[in-house]
Design a protein around this ligand. Sequence first.
Ligand code: TYD
Length: 404
Amino acid sequence: MADCRICKSKTVRVMDFGKMPIANGFLEKPTGSEFFFDLVFVFCPTCFMAQLENTVKPEMMFNEHYHFISSTSKAMQEHFRKTAEAIIESASGKNDFLAVELGCNDGIMLRHVAAAGIKHVGIEPSSNVAQLARRNGVTVEECFFNRQTALEIAQKYGKADVICGANVMCHIEDINSVFEGVDALLKDDGALFFEDPYLGDIVRKSSFDQIYDEHVYYYSGLSVAELAKRHGLKLVDMQAQNVHGGSMRYYIEKGAARAVNTRVEKYLSEEKALGLDRIEGYARFKESVDRICQDLKSTLMRLKAEGKRIAGYGATSKSTTVLNYAQIGPEILDYISDITPTKIDKFTPGMHIPVKAYGNFLNDNVPYTLLLAWNHKEEILKKEDAYRKNGGKFITYFPKVSIE
Ligand code: TYD
């Protein structure tokens, strides 16, 4: 049993996915050596943190070849524009306001803050996306955020009113050091807010595809409250976000300056009712994941046996877990369509399915499409209305396999 990264107690294994490749490790060629690691999902009964047992070195995931570009979805652009608006509003009337974003990616959020003339800095270790952010007018520091770099940022830019991060806190193994950095960089009346895929949604929907190398932690209100308390900080609000298949935004402050919103108690009670505070709460998770994978594989095999062609839609990081765990390869999916330029004409990690430009999908009229980017379902179904009107069908798999 591995030790919990937060509180050093013994963790308990929830599910072993076996050998998995790096989720964003797209290959130039479908042959040659590839890195695999043991993907094991564990839970700490002491501080309630769900996490990976083993991790991959950050440099292997977040480097100049990093394939995740935030601004590929309209819904995400709108989501981050609203986040920026809230920051711009809180900066109003303050002269020395500073906003810091951890993992600013291509500047999808901070570009609006920059355009409003507000002092800001984005922290981004992946040099290719940091470059995109700079082109979007964002001030970027290319580094990993920890206590040391936080002190350097405080020295260079002053202390922060707001520190925020979206889909980044779950990536950072030494999260204790990040919280130390937050404590060092935040003004006394400042606030940290961050959002990540929500453990409550993962367990409720069995959406196990959130579990992959980059996601070290699977946060809940229970675990974030504990984590904050350990660093002298306080969880003061939680707000559900309708992105990434179900995310939660956590608001954390230094003192008890702001009263705790009643939503926090509501979410914590719901989480306890779901069993997220004890290992028994995860008992049915593996069973349910295996059932979904079996149903999905048999549905796809049945369609293939009927001579139907099937494509994938969205070469997401998430799909690496689904495709590899359910063993869905190029003999089932002809290709996966994706709009991200750096993924096109590459091969998916582990299963080596070719990734093709969106144009291929548009010209193909393939009868069935596996919606791997299911978190963008609403946007994609709207966009692919003509495909469906022509008889094309999408296959989805959470919370159960369905064809529509
Ligand atoms: P994303 O939602 O960021 O998921 P993950 O974090 O698991 O990678 O990925 C969405 C992927 O789907 C991305 O590669 C872009 C692609 N995509 C399309 O190809 N077409 C679309 O219309 C949308 C919305 C996304």
